[in-house]
Write a protein that binds this ligand. Structure first.
Ligand SMILES: Nc1nc2c(c(=O)[nH]1)N[C@H]1C(S)=C(S)[C@@H](COP(=O)(O)OP(=O)(O)OC[C@H]3O[C@@H](n4cnc5c(=O)[nH]c(N)nc54)[C@H](O)[C@@H]3O)O[C@H]1N2
Ligand SMILES: Nc1nc2c(c(=O)[nH]1)N[C@H]1C(S)=C(S)[C@@H](COP(=O)(O)OP(=O)(O)OC[C@H]3O[C@@H](n4cnc5c(=O)[nH]c(N)nc54)[C@H](O)[C@@H]3O)O[C@H]1N2
Ligand code: SF4
Ligand SMILES: [Mo]
Length: 741
């Protein structure tokens, strides 16, 4: 008999509350779970969950490679768990003994695009207990701008942790973010905000998602968002449309700068004799004044009058709540753009006020990511920290390019092994062919996944993970509002594990035991681990198991916390002027740098590749996943490139034609999709195409070589952002031609 069980979907960052229908050990359906703070809706991917669980291509057993790396067929051989875990532990231990634990790099798919959100903190704990400062994944493409770069202005991640208070916002600003595709719970909350009269500004080269309902849609040229932010800020300053009190009291705008060294003098400190000073505020005003509306229109393509109108709206419709994401992350100027937007937002004075960006009070819980387990000495060995001391490596993340270089060239030392959960590195980063070679050059590589992706094909051992619905998982906080952030849910296993698949968390704990690190992992006892995590909340596991829809604690948002404790920057105020950046040779105030591959920065390339290329995610798939799922692939059978009909006509292309997307790195296939709202000089591709859908007879595509549809094969990781190493995946140059044949 079919039963209904409350659960949540962890397939993407939305983590929608859901009702599952289960019958005879099978998952039949997911529906919304009204009453759950993220349970208003379920997307097409959530609805396809039953097919994902039951898919015939799921990995069911641990596998061992028998053919050498580079062979067309890895010669996978089924092995038992015991042998698999013992092999992994022995190889990692040997490599650590020879080359130090830093030679073992850990990786995972993004918790925004996979159920690794259930276990990524524990994986981080395993890495730290093992002694490696190197975590390769997604951070410079997905999280740098929202989370880490913003700490240089605010001391905390804004908007990464200080999320938009959509329930109370007067004006919502989405900048390079399309929640209609990427975070359903945010889209639903924004639609509700619009219904009660909130204003909306969307900055996006495409008129995507909520842009069609926006009061202002700013069609920015890809990668020029920094210039736009400085121009809007200039209008705010010129017209007095900003929060004078906040700027004067809580930022370093009133501080003086020594013109000789660039160092700051705290208010009241006189400069040494003979040293001239300028006020930070005057420098900001001067820098922004270079971006008059007309100048900004020429750079960004956004009409001058719109720039003024948005500056006015941000003042008149305050409080302003904002979010930025992929549209700003994957650029050679990502850090400066984010700094410019932080500056703009500081001028609104809306941080931590109701209806602005606020820190929804989290459920008290013990952190489990093991920060104290990694010594300062090991942390200092993070790959990349030498070249970019303020970049991801400072936070123990390795960029794709730095990892590839360490694996292939031994710089700064040889990365010899990879312990990877999910991450489809070869498809996720530019320079795919180099990525594949780098993985092939490792001495040992163990990959855990549900499916055999092209990254796993370079592995020595592959471990089968269960899908989310076969695993129990603890979720503390659903983030998007105070109700959501107050909710704790223990997701019950709904169906038995397929084959010999194990939950990621189980595998992490098993690996810890095999590596002799059991003391940091509650001797392998998951329940004890969760009890420890939950202890400060007062919640017990039995209580949570009895309430599968989750338990909401009575927490309240605390506003304007800075009035009590200041900002968590070195100076205690918002650092519009950053001495931290200055000391490493970066501009201390936000500046606009032309994207590294653009018609203006590379006219030589633009002559041959005249179109600006960006990309965006698909509603139907998470990143490089799900192309094998019939229920999803049937709605989006082919890789697409969006282009303006005039751009197509000039090249003899009609809608639906197969085209070649050409860059200096080569060409990949895609199908032309017309979009009349695009600037005719801009096209938008999709990454992540490799997997066939056997159920539909839809083809797969080779990762490299003839017939490939892998966008990242022809995008490169450089020239990247000087602070973070973020790749220019969302602003480069291409040409489009009809495919002959
Ligand atoms: N359906 C679905 N949901 C997902 C994912 C998925 O793959 N599919 N992935 C998850 C992950 S890992 C992430 S990181 C999030 C990402 O979530 P989002 O950031 O919302 O993802 P995108 O839709 O790729 O990008 C947002 C917008 O940026 C625009 N854009 C492109 N270039 C530029 C630019 O130069 N400037 C500006 N201002 N905008 C630009 C694109 O047109 C797009 O509409 O989504 C998560 N959720
Ligand atoms: N050109 C271009 N490139 C991009 C982007 C872009 O917008 N444009 N986006 C970037 C971004 S934001 C991100 S986050 C990365 C994404 O890159 P990844 O984080 O690598 O994400 P996916 O490509 O979705 O691959 C996820 C892999 O994890 C597996 N998996 C899914 N769920 C689980 C699970 O619960 N456990 C385990 N063990 N495995 C699981 C899937 O089967 C799949 O093989 O790509 C980046 N690359
Ligand atoms: S939006 Fe994300 S979390 Fe929600 S149902 Fe879809 S895939 Fe699952
Ligand atoms: Mo991401």
């Amino acid at each position: 008999m079919a039963t209904e069980v409350a659960t949540f979907c962890p397939l993407c960052v939305s983590r929608c509350g859901a009702t599952a229908t289960v019958d005879d050990g099978r998952l039949l359906a997911l529906r919304p779970l009204p009453g759950h703070p993220t349970g208003q809706a379920i997307c097409v991917k959530g609805k396809a969950a039953p097919e994902i669980v039951a898919h015939p291509e799921r990995l069911l057993h641990p596998l061992r490679r028998t053919a050498p790396k580079g062979a067309a067929d890895p010669g996978w051989e089924r092995i038992g768990w015991e042998e698999a875990l013992a092999t992994v532990a022995a190889r990692l231990t040997a490599i650590a003994a020879e080359s130090g634990p830093e030679a073992v790099v850990f990786g995972s798919s993004s918790p925004s695009t996979s159920a690794m959100s259930d276990s990524v903190d524990w994986l981080t704990r395993l890495r730290r207990a093992f002694g490696s400062p190197n975590f390769v994944s997604y951070v410079e493409l997905c999280a740098w701008g929202r989370r880490l770069a913003t700490t240089y202005t605010w001391g905390e991640p804004v908007p990464g942790a200080y999320l938009p208070d959509l329930e109370r916002a007067g004006c919502v600003l989405f900048w390079g973010y399309n929640p209609s595709v990427s975070r359903l719970a945010h889209a639903t909350a924004t639609t509700a905000a619009l219904r009660r009269g909130a204003k909306l500004v969307v900055v996006d080269p495409r008129r995507a998602g909520l842009a069609s309902k926006a009061d202002h849609w700013l069609r920015v040229r890809p990668g020029t968002d920094g210039a736009l932010a400085l121009a809007i800020t200039h209008q705010m300053i010129e017209n007095g449309w900003y929060d004078h009190d906040f700027v004067a009291r809580w930022t370093n705008a009133p501080w003086a700068v020594r013109t000789d060294t660039g160092e700051l003098l705290a208010p009241g400190t006189p400069p040494p004799d003979g040293v001239a000073t300028r006020r930070v505020w005057d420098l900001i005003a001067e820098k922004c004044a270079r971006f008059t509306p007309d100048v900004a229109e020429r750079i960004t393509g956004v009409p001058a009058d719109r720039i003024t109108a948005v500056a006015r709206l941000l003042r008149e419709a305050r409080p302003v709540a904002f979010y930025t994401w992929s549209g700003l992350e994957q650029h050679s100027n990502a850090t400066q753009t984010v700094r410019a937007i932080s500056q703009l937002y500081a001028l609104t004075g809306c941080l931590d006020v109701p209806g602005g960006n606020v820190l929804f009070t989290p459920v008290p819980a013990n952190p489990v990511d093991g920060a104290p387990l990694l010594s300062a000495e090991q942390r200092a060995k993070a790959i990349g920290v030498g070249e970019r001391p303020l970049g991801p490596a400072r936070f123990e993340f390795v960029t794709g390019e730095d990892f590839y270089r360490a694996a292939l060239d031994g710089v700064p030392y040889r990365a010899r092994a990879l312990v990877n959960f999910g991450a489809n590195l070869v498809l996720a980063h530019g320079d795919s062919a180099r990525g594949r070679d780098a993985l092939g050059a490792l001495d040992f590589f163990v990959h855990t996944d549900l499916f055999l992706n092209p990254t796993a094909e370079q592995a020595d051992i592959v471990l089968p993970a269960t899908s989310a619905w076969e695993a129990e998982a603890l979720r503390i906080g659903f983030e998007t509002g105070q109700d959501a952030q107050s909710t704790v849910q223990l997701r019950r296993p709904l169906v038995a594990p397929r084959g010999e698949a194990r939950p990621d968390l189980r595998i992490i704990f098993d690996l810890a035991l095999a590596l002799g690190l059991g003391e940091h992992f509650f001797d392998g006892d998951l329940e004890a681990a969760w009890r420890h995590q939950l202890a400060p909340s007062g919640l017990g596991l039995d209580q949570l198991r009895a309430a599968p829809e989750g338990i909401r604690l009575p927490l309240r948002t605390v506003h304007r916390k800075y009035e009590q404790r200041g900002f968590r920057t070195p100076s205690g105020v918002v650092e519009l002027y950053s001495e931290t950046l200055l000391r490493q040779g970066y501009p201390p105030l936000p500046v606009y740098d032309e994207p590294s591959i653009s018609p203006l920065s590379r006219p030589d390339l633009a002559a041959r590749y005249p179109l600006i290329l960006t990309c965006a995610k698909s509603l139907f798939f998470c990143e490089s996943q799900h192309r094998a799922i019939t229920g999803l692939r049937k709605s989006a059978p082919d890789p697409q490139v969006e282009l303006h009909p005039d751009t197509a006509a000039a090249r003899g292309i009609t809608a639906g034609d197969w085209v070649r997307l050409e860059t200096p790195r080569g060409s990949v296939r895609a199908r032309a999709k017309f979009n009349v709202n695009l600037d005719p000089g801009v096209v938008c591709g999709q990454h992540g195409w490799w997997q066939p859908a056997a159920g539909l007879g839809e083809p797969g595509y080779p990762v490299t070589g003839e017939g490939s549809a892998n966008l990242n094969l022809v995008l490169s990781q450089g020239p990247s952002d000087p602070v973070s190493g973020s790749s220019p995946l969302r602003a480069s140059l291409c040409e489009i031609a009809r495919e002959h044949g």
